[in-house]
Design a binder for this molecule. Structure first.
Ligand SMILES: *[C@@H]1O[C@H](CO)[C@@H](O)[C@H](O)[C@H]1NC(C)=O
Ligand SMILES: *[C@@H]1O[C@H](CO)[C@@H](O)[C@H](O)[C@H]1NC(C)=O
Ligand SMILES: *[C@@H]1O[C@H](CO)[C@@H](O)[C@H](O)[C@H]1NC(C)=O
Ligand SMILES: *[C@@H]1O[C@H](CO)[C@@H](O)[C@H](O)[C@H]1NC(C)=O
Ligand SMILES: *[C@@H]1O[C@H](CO)[C@@H](O)[C@H](O)[C@H]1NC(C)=O
Length: 260
């Protein structure tokens, strides 16, 4: 094998790489749906690429959602949207007037929770095919987020944190005096039609008489979404009632003993 052959090969590769390269697939890691109409920020997915105009014969740009193609654009034609996304993409949206970039960007109309998934931008010419993928997580914000406690009649105090109607399933954790509670019990429910989650995390205080700082943290894995709230907890102070009760019991016991 002579070195000239290798050199020629490297040259050939370098030219190929320069002709078409996806530099960035602009997919946010998460997008929060708004519960109030009109307060929505747009969901835009972009595909940035460098392309050599002279080697752009046969140019086709495709977008796929979990390997299912839903968008195709050929320069000088209008983009075509199909399958589940038909009617859900603003086909007139454009961020560039360049012949080979005009319709590479997607602007969604009224995104839905099931838009979550892997998005692949694929750009092809007669000579090359390049693609790049990124994951989008759609978040449905909670309708309820509450931290509190309940004193049971048996003397136990249960601390709870509830998160209502959120998607996807969040991590909910309790902190007491800034220490994460590792043995709290979590209850999860899935709503029938929407698939949204209700999560309740509960914990019985080992010593309900102590003053404490309660905190609840909610996160959605692999996204920036987080919620925090905290409140002080006042132990049963002063414990005069209980002491009196105890004293009374002791007195009864003593009396009983005396009667025997
Ligand atoms: C998305 O891509 C990740 C990483 O490649 C993979 O683990 C996951 O199964 C994909 N999700 C779907 C819905 O295809
Ligand atoms: C999302 O769900 C709606 C119905 O609720 C369905 O019409 C649509 O095809 C789904 N979209 C995707 C991308 O799965
Ligand atoms: C008190 O009642 C609560 C709720 O019914 C229960 O979870 C807890 O275990 C009880 N505590 C004791 C000490 O029995
Ligand atoms: C879920 O939480 C919401 C809001 O707190 C509440 O209205 C709804 O009744 C809960 N659903 C279930 C099944 O508990
Ligand atoms: C507790 O008992 C003492 C003496 O029996 C009484 O003076 C006091 O008022 C009681 N405290 C309460 C809170 O009932």
């Amino acid at each position: 094998m002579n070195s000239l052959f290798i050199l020629n090969n490297i040259n050939f590769l370098a030219q190929v790489i320069a002709a078409l390269e996806i530099t960035k697939v602009r997919v946010p890691s998460s997008y929060s749906l708004s519960r109030d109409e009109g307060d929505t920020k747009p969901l835009i997915l972009g595909c940035d690429y460098d392309i050599d105009d002279e080697k752009s014969k046969g140019f086709v740009l495709k977008w796929k959602h979990n390997d299912l193609q839903f968008y195709q654009w050929i320069p000088s034609r209008n983009p075509v949207v199909f399958s589940a996304f038909k009617g859900h993409i603003d086909e007139s949206y454009s961020e560039s007037s360049d012949r080979l970039h005009k319709h590479s960007v997607l602007k969604f109309i009224n995104p839905m929770a099931n838009y979550t998934g892997n998005y692949t931008c694929q750009v092809a010419t007669y000579e090359e095919v390049k693609s790049s993928t990124a994951h989008l997580q759609i978040i449905v914000p909670e309708t309820d987020f509450s931290l509190g406690f309940q004193r049971e009649t048996n003397g136990s105090t249960v601390v709870f944190c509830n998160v209502g109607e959120i998607y996807p399933l969040p991590d909910v954790s309790l902190r007491i005096d800034d220490q994460k509670v590792s043995d709290a019990v979590a209850f999860e429910q899935v709503q029938d039609y929407t698939g949204y989650y209700n999560v309740s995390v509960q914990y019985i205080l080992p010593d309900p008489n102590q003053n404490l700082q309660l905190q609840c943290d909610v996160t959605i894995p692999a996204t920036d979404y987080s919620l925090h709230t905290s409140m002080p907890y006042q132990g049963k102070w002063p414990h005069s009632d209980e002491k009196n009760e105890t004293n009374l019991l002791k007195t009864i016991a003593k009396l009983g003993f005396l009667h025997l």
